[in-house]
Design a protein around this ligand. Structure first.
Ligand SMILES: *Cc1c(COP(=O)(O)O)cnc(C)c1O
Length: 369
């Protein structure tokens, strides 16, 4: 292949991201009926699209021949109001993955480095490598971020640190005081991306006051998504909050129409939908208990999770995963994270969780013989 040599080494070395298997793909592969497949693989909201967002989408359809608002004025106004920040502190993204990539593109070159934890979200090494920067992976402590070790790993080339709280795929959570100590200690010329994709699932008392943090720490970038608790994964919308100078730089590498009109309209409605959010959290708490109880009953080790998913360990995850797939249940194998005998299951509706549990109970490969 001659084209391979056209790409820089660091692009050729990227390991492709492995998304959760779509329902339609499993149906084709296994000859199953789509209606009988339960997908608990991508931490999506099992309640589906909020009705408020559906209405907003219908109203927005008539304007689809026009380009979206490239500055996302109304959505930014809504976010500014909700988070008590200025509009010029906001970066909108085509999902928060987009925001993470924009941060890397704005700040990292082949001369720079980014620090992240072992078992942290796969997108951090991906966006770092895509711009040819050096990733510094810091060994995890009990599957979570070891903030002291991450601090110690920051070197002269380090410009960015990525922290996911709660983390995916492990579900581990860092106390507010721990993160605060880190923010106090980290050099001010290093930017800290605090990815809070699952923060809505935390009890209110466990969520930091990020508005206060943004005032206090000019090197802090908070990233949020509407893909999880707000139920808009397919529309792709997320955002980051940071100081205006940093936001301005990130916005320069952003495509002007990166968040489409439908996504903007639905996000405005969803951000106001307190009832949907509350119901999402209630369903998640109940489902988490349902699944964890079953894992305990089966004698399987799991990582206590603060998200809308839980990771558990088995003797042979490949065998268990194949059995689940054959029986129409899609979960996420974590081999790509170096956790080859772990599976991550997203919390679904009660009947979906029940189906997962029922199939899991019959699966070979759960425990060593
Ligand atoms: C799901 C997830 C996101 C959100 O991704 P989107 O691009 O907004 O859908 C971000 N960070 C983590 C850690 C996640 O698990």
């Amino acid at each position: 292949m001659i084209y391979a040599t056209l790409a820089p080494d660091y692009v050729r070395a990227i390991a492709p991201y492995q998304p959760g298997k779509p329902v339609s793909e499993l149906a084709r592969e296994m000859g199953l009926d789509e209606a009988n497949i339960v997908k608990l693989a991508s931490n999506e909201n099992p309640l589906g699209l909020p009705a408020s967002a559906r209405e907003a989408l219908q109203a927005a359809v008539s304007e689809l021949a026009r380009y979206p608002d490239g500055n996302g004025f109304e959505l930014k106004a809504k976010i500014a109001e909700k988070f008590d920040v200025e509009m010029h502190q906001i970066i909108l993204g085509n999902g928060s993955n987009d925001v993470l990539e924009l941060v890397a593109r704005a700040f990292l070159t082949t001369q720079d480095a980014a620090v992240f934890s072992q078992y942290a979200f796969a997108v951090y090494p991906l966006v770092t490598q895509a711009v040819g920067a050096r990733g510094i992976e810091v060994p995890a402590s009990e599957y979570g971020h070891d903030l002291d070790a991450m601090l110690a790993a920051i070197d002269a080339q380090t410009k960015l640190v990525f922290i996911a709280n709660p983390n995916n795929p492990t579900g581990t959570y860092l106390e507010t005081a721990q993160v605060e100590r880190f923010l106090e200690a980290v050099p001010k010329n290093v930017l800290v991306v605090l990815d809070e994709a699952y923060t809505e699932y935390l009890p209110a008392t466990s969520r930091p006051d990020v508005t206060a943090w943004l005032r206090q720490y000019p090197n802090l970038i908070i990233s949020r998504t509407l893909s999880k608790a707000y139920g808009l994964a397919g529309l792709r919308v997320g955002f980051a909050l940071c100081n205006p100078e940093v936001a301005d730089l990130i916005n320069r590498v952003r495509q002007p129409f990166n968040v489409n009109s439908l996504a903007q309209a639905a996000a405005i409605a969803a951000l106001d939908d307190q009832a949907f959010l509350a119901e999402s959290l209630r369903v998640n708490d109940e489902g988490m208990k349902q699944i964890v109880d079953a894992l305990v009953e089966l004698g399987l080790d799991y990582i206590p999770s603060s998200g809308n998913f839980v990771t558990f360990h088995c003797a042979d995850a490949a065998v268990v995963n194949l059995f689940l797939l054959k029986n129409g249940v899609i979960v996420r194998p974590l081999g790509g994270y170096g956790m080859k005998n772990s599976l991550r299951v997203s919390i679904g509706l009660p009947h979906e969780n029940a189906r997962f549990i029922e199939v899991l109970k019959q699966a070979p490969g759960l425990r060593s013989l």
